[in-house]
Design a protein around this ligand. Sequence first.
Ligand code: SME
Length: 185
Amino acid sequence: MVIPGAGARPGARDGPAAALDARLVRMFTATALAGSKPEQYAQLLDQARALMHGEPDRVANAANLSALLFNSLPDLNWAGFYFFDGQELVVGPFQGLPACVRIPLDKGVCGAAARTGTTQRVEDVDAFPGHIACDSASRSELVVPLFRGDALVGVLDLDSPRTGRFDADDQAGIEAIAGAFVATL
Ligand code: SME
């Protein structure tokens, strides 16, 4: 990632100056992820933290995270957020085809993640009772619930056109990135 001006001043990555730099990002250059899968997720987490640094707006951060994940991870057809409005999940910032707008907590993989507070890693969406097919290309899905303390914020949802696309490394990596998002709220 290129942050114009960052590094021009000693200590520019710390304190208020760094927060200002993060908000002034004008060009994002994707750095190729390298190494083992956990190492790649560590790099992606660093990129996610840099994108959100000093920015508390959840729509802005969710939008940039969706774009980062969708463009950095292979074999995805949807990456984005649903936010809890106090009653059901409502689609938020995402990348991919237009999606279902509202998901009740007793429906779908997203509802299950939100209702149970546990990540749903679904190898084959056709085998998941109640799966909601927003995009018929989706074959597997990873949904991480977002909680601020005890309060449900929403879910982070990744869909893949490949059966069994997500493994335990993906789950750990996406849960860490979801945690970094929640920490900005
Ligand atoms: N498949 C999800 C619905 C959301 S879309 O995949 C974007 C579900 O079953 O909850």
